[in-house]
Design a protein around this ligand. Structure first.
Ligand SMILES: [Zn+2]
Ligand SMILES: [Zn+2]
Length: 396
């Protein structure tokens, strides 16, 4: 076994300011909140035409087979390897796992990001909800022992159980899938954007990057009125690309895209509303705000610290039109690396967020009333060999 501080040092955040990327143990990390993570789970698992649970768990499995491997040291013994896997899971903000009986086939969890997220968005349910954790454990098992097995959640806190309990099920026939990415050599466009001089975007980004956004004793990250999690970009890209591909087989590709855009729109309103009413916003951003529309520039600066990439307001008519340009979004890069080029734009998360932040800053009423009040479209995408992704948002 190793000391927990020597293990935690493996997860130190590296931030690349030119690319606006967060990297933990070799993987590009995206910050999203429990609203977004549970909504995309609900979308992917809630569509009867496809096996969404499999898509979601396989995306986690492939991602964490690599991520846990990257966090291991060749000198680690097996106990230390499991310790690293559990510490990574908690550090990223998914909760606390008890892996002491993993050799005997059982794992329990007493805190879960996905239970928190589902409870907040959708309430109780009859079936366990921690699909992501099943996939994580399958990936971690492969990284630690080289074995392939399933982990099945038998009891879950979402149904009222005291802890989530996962059982190892042997006899698995298929291998753990690798991610298979081709390097994508994209020269990020150089461009300067005008923003109000009073909104100091660089100061906002550097303050957020300096914040210790990692799991607490429970392995959760309560911040800004939401639960955050640090999730590898690979997970989001695998889950959404495979979901769309499976839906396309049923002629439902457009529906899949629309659902994912809508999840992001809702998430943007919930997350940034939480951020705008937080003490951190009051201390850091609020003093820079002179008029209502400055909030939009503050939000975009905050989002550039979340690892999504580097995007900026291009042109803007307060309350009516927003044109926003993304130079290296994680969805665009992920698609290019995993699938190559595409006729259609692929950045559904940013597309939804663009509409959501306009609705948040300029809309009226509850989140539900604001949904759909702005329409957003991605007119150019790096996936279609354009130099950047461009989103246009208009009042409907
Ligand atoms: Zn659970
Ligand atoms: Zn794009």
């Amino acid at each position: 076994m190793s000391s927990s501080s020597s293990i935690a040092s493996r997860f130190a955040l590296k931030y690349n300011p030119e690319q606006y990327r967060r990297i933990i143990a070799g993987k590009e990390i995206i910050l999203h909140c429990h609203h977004y993570n549970s909504r995309i789970q609900s979308t992917i698992e809630g569509t009867p035409q496809v096996d969404g649970k499999k898509i979601f768990s396989q995306a986690a499995e492939s991602t964490f087979a690599e991520h846990v491997t990257a966090a291991l040291d060749p000198a680690d013994d097996t106990a230390t390897k499991w310790q690293v896997a559990g510490a990574l899971y908690a550090h990223l903000g998914y909760g606390r796992l008890d892996l002491s009986s993993v050799d005997g086939g059982g794992v329990t969890a007493t805190a879960s990001h996905f239970v928190e997220g589902w409870s907040a968005g959708f309430g109780q349910r009859k079936a366990p909800v921690c699909t992501f954790t099943e996939g994580f454990l399958q990936g971690a098992l492969h990284a630690v022992t080289g074995e392939s097995a399933h982990f099945v959640e038998r009891e879950c806190m979402i149904t009222g159980a005291k802890a989530c309990r996962f059982e190892r099920v042997n006899g698995r026939q298929d291998a753990v899938r690798g991610i298979h990415k081709q390097p994508f050599a994209h020269t990020q466009k150089k461009k300067t954007f005008d923003s109000p001089a009073n909104v100091d975007a660089a100061k906002i980004v550097s303050a957020l990057v300096g914040m210790p956004i990692h799991g607490n004793d429970e392995g959760l990250i309560p911040a800004f009125g939401v639960y955050l999690a640090n999730t590898p970009a690979d997970f989001y890209n695998l889950a959404s690309i495979r979901f769309i591909e499976e839906m396309e087989k049923h002629g439902l590709g457009k529906t899949a895209r629309r659902l994912l855009v809508s999840d992001a729109e809702t998430c943007a309103m919930n997350t940034f509303r939480g951020i705008m009413s937080s003490a951190e916003w009051a201390g850091l951003v609020q003093p820079m705000i002179e008029k209502e529309s400055d909030n939009l520039f503050g939000i975009v600066a905050v989002s550039n610290a979340l690892g999504w990439g580097n995007w900026h307001v291009d042109t803007f008519a307060p309350g009516r039109v927003l044109r926003i340009e993304s130079l290296n979004g994680y969805e665009a890069y992920g698609f290019r690396e995993m699938r190559g080029t595409s006729q259609s734009p692929q950045c559904l998360m940013l597309c939804g967020v663009a509409a959501g932040i306009m609705a948040l800053v300029f809309g009226k009423g509850t989140v539900e009333e604001r949904i759909g009040s702005y329409g957003s479209a991605e007119s150019e995408c790096v996936c279609s060999e354009k130099a950047s992704c461009v989103f246009t948002v208009e009042k409907l």
